[in-house]
Design a protein around this ligand. Sequence first.
Ligand code: CO
Length: 497
Amino acid sequence: MSNPHPTYEALTAHYTRLHRYGHLQAMAWWDQACNMPPKGQEARAAALAEVAALIHRMRTDPQLPQQFERAAQEPLDDAQRANLREMQREWQSDNALPEALVQAKTLATSRCEHAWRTQRPANDWHGFLENFRPVLRIAREEAALLSAQNGLRPYDALMDRYEPGMTSETVERVFGDLRQWLPGLIARVVERQSRERPIEAQGPFPKAAQRALSLELMALLHFDFEAGRLDESAHPFSGGVPEDVRLTTRYREDDFVQSLMGTIHETGHARYEQNLPRELLGQPVALARSMAIHESQSLSFEMQLARSPGFVELIAPLLRKHFGAQPAFEPGNLHRLLTRVEPGFIRVDADEVTYPAHVILRFEIERALIEGDIEAEDIPALWDEKMQSLLGVDTRGNYRDGCMQDVHWPEALFGYFPCYTLGAMYAAQWFATLRRGTPDLDARIASGDLAPVFDWLRDNIWLQGSRWTTDELAQRASGEPLNPAHFKSHLESRYLG
Ligand code: CO
């Protein structure tokens, strides 16, 4: 019997090869971050640049568009059509920008990011501005080019790279609603918690004990250690490939919560990767759906599951086992420690109630920047005003802990920030659906039976890969597209219930 879709087959072979090169690239990168001796640095950087160039050539192969057209004429089933759609989406975004702009962007962002590392601690906004202006100019040019090509608004065109299908109109509506009730909710929670006096945990918490605890938690969360590992690096990340996921964390001996929650968060990302559809691995349709959906998995683990009273009951004996018994590890007290809400300057240190305020502020500023409504000079005043109105925090003159705190803008990652809060909203939506289907969910979690959570996520999210658009995925999983009402009721029931 002759092959009914030879062109489609040739395309899948091409993407499988790309996946294999990507595999080696990811491992070399992990090794560089975790193990490499300093004298290996220069040669490794050269080797990685060589592989990156090879992968870029393959991804932008000029033959591909004709092959897409021919493959579309072949008798393909729905999953194959979805794969072809994702191949084309990938190709378009890889080819959208002229070589010269890509190079200018690499140059401007690496200069800006490199200088930012010392300018941030020095609180040097004016120095930063010098390098940031060219980054912004290039990002606007990039947005205009992408927008001309796909018809989206300039900011949406940038956001589409991380969150395909999401528009600023939707984000504006969702965040606009959040802006109405969030500051009031934060005030009520802070007022209520001011009457609580949870017992603080007493350190130090030895690194070896924290690592042993991390590994035990990952096992409890069904991380597949035959298909991944945990290491330590200066900047924690999750990398590798679905067949071999590499997580890293870092340990502070005076605070165990950071590595504990960091590991649980990354394990959520990891389990998504480890459970992407195996038979299609290497194909674009088998990739994670989007950044918000990825974040909805890490936050399902870190916020929805790990901070639920039932899970805290599971953690308490593990803390006693690894750090020795102390009054702070009583489950009720531990839960109060893990759900404390405190408005602060720094996004990455924020709790789940104040976190969205940090994201709303960044979204409003970066969209105005990209659409040309404001200039880079205008950022600090807007930042101060929004921090004051959203969180009641005074950032005047404090660029270091204000508008210079994130690496996203120096690296031109405009359009990424909304994904964090959209992810938190999807996570709340997934758990609302789970609770409807499993009314005794919390009792089962407390008894150590986490299967209902993992089975639901595996069937509805992980195994779906990129088969559906994000709206379709949410609709199929939960019966509706993104509905932020679930996030609101989650926060109200956990913090005011
Ligand atoms: Co994450």
